[in-house]
Design a protein around this ligand. Sequence first.
Ligand SMILES: [Zn+2]
Length: 192
Amino acid sequence: MITQGVGHVVALTFDDGPTPGVTDRLLDVLEHEHVHATFFVVGRAARSDPGMLRRMAADGDEIEDHSETHAHLNALLPAAIDHEIAAADAAIAAATGRHAHLLRPPFGARNAAVLDAAQRRGMRVVLWSVTGRAGEISSHAGEGAIVLLHDGDRGRGDAGELAYQAADVPQVIAMLRARGFRFVTLAELLHS
Ligand SMILES: [Zn+2]
């Protein structure tokens, strides 16, 4: 289980999207700032918006697995956990031709059955080291920090209360840049 990397770098990660009207604006910001990020997408949201995933991939962003329905995986039997992970991965692969390598379980729920399921698919489980509003992230992020933000609300499509964090991104980027951090994807962070 991974919560942090190494080096004077940070990885911005976004959960619970994609969300029309939120994720596309976020991608504009990331492109403008020349920042590559990692998106942990909800399968059913990804399936309804494959074009958004293709844009992420074309932009150089990384797309990973946040389950099909944003289920609390600790509450499921192994076959259902497998389905949640596999269905989201199938949505990612259908849109981009590339499979997920990382799983971030919704709510960070990772009992032994969840860890086993990830291992069966050859996926590593990634959590986060810092989250919150821009000021909290900027003051708490350390070397190799994995920053958790949200660009949606669990695939419901109504961009609920967590989507606001996408709007914090210009400030997060500016504050972390002022501290000298470079932005990397999780693949880059975990191989560094
Ligand atoms: Zn989530």
